[in-house]
Design a protein around this ligand. Sequence first.
Ligand code: FMN
Length: 194
Amino acid sequence: MTADQLIELISSRTSASLKRMEAPGPSAEELKAIVEAAAAAPDHGRLHPFRILEIPSDARNALGDLFAQVIQETHEDPTEEALTSAREKAQRGPVLLVMVGCFHGNDETRIPQYEQMLSAGAAMQSMVLVAHALGYASRITSGESARAETFHKGLGLAKNEEFLCFISLGKVADAKPAKGRQEAQEILSTWVPT
Ligand SMILES: Cc1cc2nc3c(=O)[nH]c(=O)nc-3n(C[C@H](O)[C@H](O)[C@H](O)COP(=O)(O)O)c2cc1C
């Protein structure tokens, strides 16, 4: 791959609509390459501040029940439609991953948590880029339910762990072009010492 092709690959990544995402998702071998890309993220102090949890297809109903349970706990009188919609969300995307932050506190390390989060963010981006290179669309989502204690427990996360996002991977018939991106000059400036 040339540098130009790599630049094109990075800038052509866009998020797909989960409703339009279809099978197949990445194979086990492709998923390994995607996860290895995460492991190549910069990691100050080699703290391993994230891990990836796969939600297999036979666990989607259980995930849907977990979403519905959170809705029931956080809304006074949820409608059947809201519960059905919560359950349906768990079925979307042929491959569904959860990015889990495993953050170390200042009792363990002098490396601040924001650096550990940046590491997880870099890993997330590497994963979707490798998926894109392999011909898969992706979407990162979180949602209100994901912040609930019930959800944390239901996923089996440890005390020092945090749900960071879902990563859904699959095929889309026609990827939509990127929009709303900043130009380089909007982000880049030059420091002038005072
Ligand atoms: C950690 C994280 C969580 C996100 N959660 C959601 C979400 O719950 N729902 C959503 O529509 N977009 C969510 N997004 C944004 C989309 O994944 C996507 O990045 C955004 O729509 C911009 O589209 P683009 O990636 O094609 O530029 C999230 C992004 C990040 C980084």
